[in-house]
Structure formats: C-alpha cells, structure tokens
Design a protein around this ligand. Structure first.
Ligand code: COI
Length: 369
C-alpha cells in the first residue's frame, strides 16, 4: 500500500464543526411510484439524500433533505478534472423488517483512502456512517425485502471549487443517495480478458474508487459488449500477463481445491469489502485461499487440465456473480455448469443469510439501524 504519511500532513482537516445532523423531511413521498415486484439496479432514488459541505478547512453540519437536483457552476472542478471518489454500500431488511447495513465502516475507511490519494478531505465517521444510518432510517420503507434485492447506498465526494486552474480544490461536497436495487447481473456473465487497454498501474489510482477508474473503462467495455461479452477482465499494464479485476468486481477462481484471487499489493486492485468477506468466509470453512499474482497462462493451463472449476466476481453491487466463460484471444474457456458449483453457490447463500440477518453475525459485519 501507499505511504500516506506525507499526504496526511498536508490534509490535516478532520475537524467536524457540529456532528449533529439536520433533517428536513419531504412532504410528498415518491414511494408509491416504486414497483416492489420489479426492482432493477440504479433506476429509482429514495425520497431523501444527505449533503455535507467542506469549506475553510472544516466540515459543515450534514443535512438530510428531499432528493433534489444540484445546482453547480459549469466551472466546478470535478466536472473538468474528475476530482471525485465514491462508494457502494447496501442495506437489507432482516426477517422482522429491521434495516441492516453491511460493513459500512469498511466503506468509510476505503472512501478516505481514495480521498487522500485524490487530495480530498477525509469524511468524518459521524458524517459518513452516522449520516448513512440516519438516511437509511428515514427511508427504511424504500428497502425492498425480496431475495436478491436491497437498498443500494451511493456516497460520493466531489470537488466544488469554481475554478478551472489545475490544483487540488478547497471546497467539497459529500452526498449520499440511495436506490432500491435488484441484481446487478441477472445471469452468469461472459468475460473478455483484455490485453490492449489498461485499467491500473502500480503508483496509480486503481485501488481507489475514483470516478475516473470507471469513466476510462466505458470505451473498452462498450467494445467488448458489442462483441457479445458482459465485462472485461483487466490485465497488468506491463506484460498483459497477470489478471487484475473486472472493474465492477474483484475476481476469484477455484483451481483444483483452492480459491485464488489477485493480491492487492501493487495498488492496482480495489480492496473490495465483498472480496474481504469472501476470503474470510472461505478460510473459516477450511478452504485454502491464495492472494497472489495469477497469470492468464495459469488459467488456460488449469482449464485445459480440467482444474478451473469455478470463476466468479465479487462486489457490493454484483454480490457473487458467476462467470460461465472466459475468453482470451481465440481461447473461449467454458466453465462447468454453474448450478453444480460448490464454492460460489455456497458463498452466495452464506453471504445472503448474513446480510439479511437470517444467520448470526459472528464477524461484527452487520450495522443495525
Ligand atoms: C459497487 O459494487 O458498489 C460498485 O461501485 C461497482 C459499480 C456499480 C460501479
């Protein structure tokens, strides 16, 4: 990981002027427009949002208010230079209808790692975690309860100086919106392993949730979608030899009786909260999990030998997304039928049981609203 000490010195602006939250409720809820029997990902937003402004070296009081459009100058920094970082978190309902948020502290810490790398102020816990708790509490009726659904929570931090010179901004807006969500991928995915375009280099921002990491992926992703694939598995930028991540997800392979996933040592891979949860659950189950470089040659050889048993993506939005085919150049590696997979199917169920509060939370992952 990066040595952040120096950046910490520069950005010593953690003070919160007032940790309380102002709440202004809507007088006209839109919840009647939501079809709970047909929830898609990212199409509708709940009644409220949280906003907090950072100015003169400190955070103002966060405010929860009706969801609304923002009014910003065309000269606003993040429009021009992408000084913006975000997160993805999910809230669920337990069998008694009580809201739960899955591991929000981890997303808070990761947002601040991203913010530091992008020369942005860290968001205090009181605003990120407690603000999120209050927002989810207020919009709890928007949390769907059927299988594979949740309330997707999107925190975003953007630079708001009205200045088009290139320098770290001094004014920032942090906001959280929430959206009832169905599955991100409704079917197993087909993945194209890219050896032309690059997502991340050592020393870059690949380990952050910088908005630009997603913006740069649009063109190559559009190209592979036109070729009939769902997503890209990125490879390293030096040799295009080692796989990194899928952009919307981290990636795992079951080779023989071990699970393997790319290690996060070179700042090129997002430290996924689902990735971490999966590693912990598999190790507790007794499975060997290796975090290490994985070459495409190794995957091809394992597939040829009948040892590439499963491949799946992990992420907040995607949860556990089975990969039924991996294509590298002309080599289309078809995996065994997904319904027979032991590891991914077990993980999906286990994680769902924890997230929906159906199983004891032995890890302290559930944050009760
Ligand atoms: C997430 O899994 O929460 C993500 O942020 C990935 C994608 C939807 C951008």
């Amino acid at each position: 990981m990066c040595d952040f000490d120096k950046i910490y010195e520069i950005h010593n602006f953690m003070s919160v002027s007032n940790p309380n939250i102002i709440i202004n409720k809507t007088t006209s809820s839109r919840i009647g427009q939501l079809d709970f029997s047909n929830i898609q990902f990212g199409k509708m937003y709940s009644d409220h949002m949280l906003c907090a402004y950072y100015e003169n070296g400190k955070w103002g009081t966060p405010e929860i208010m009706p969801f609304h459009n923002l009014s910003l100058s065309p000269a606003t920094t993040f429009f021009h230079y992408g000084q913006a970082v975000f997160e993805g978190v999910k809230a669920y309902k337990d069998p008694n209808g009580n809201p739960l948020i899955f591991r929000p502290e981890e997303n808070w810490k990761r947002m601040n790692r991203s913010a530091i790398r992008m020369a942005m102020p860290e968001v205090p816990r009181e605003i990120f975690v407690e603000g999120m708790r209050s927002l989810v509490d207020l919009d709890r009726d928007w949390i769907p309860s059927s299988n594979d659904t949740s309330l997707y929570i999107r925190p975003l931090l953007v630079a708001t100086d009205e200045f088009i010179g290139v320098r770290p901004a001094e004014k920032f807006l942090f906001f959280i919106i929430t959206s009832p969500a169905g599955p991100y991928y409704s079917h197993p995915v087909s993945i194209f392993v890219h050896d032309k375009y690059v997502r991340a280099f050592p020393g870059g921002v690949g380990y952050t949730k910088a908005a630009g990491n997603y913006g740069m992926s649009m063109y190559p992703t559009m190209m592979v979608k036109q070729m009939g694939y769902d997503q890209i598995l990125w490879t390293d930028g030096f040799e295009h030899k080692y796989v990194q991540e899928i952009g919307t997800m981290n990636v795992f392979f079951v080779i023989g009786d071990k699970a393997v996933t790319p290690d996060i040592a070179h700042d090129t891979i997002l430290e996924g909260v689902t990735r971490d949860s999966v590693i912990k659950l598999l190790r507790e189950k007794g499975m060997t999990v290796e975090e290490r470089p994985i070459s495409i040659d190794e995957l091809e050889a394992a597939h040829k030998a009948g040892q590439l048993k499963e491949a799946f993506g992990t992420g907040t939005a995607a949860s556990i997304a089975p990969i039924y085919a991996l294509t590298f150049h002309e080599d289309k590696m078809l995996l065994p039928p997904v319904e027979n997979w032991e590891t991914a199917n077990w993980l999906k169920q286990e994680l769902a049981d924890i997230r929906y509060g159906r199983k004891a939370d032995n890890h302290g992952w559930i944050y009760r609203v």
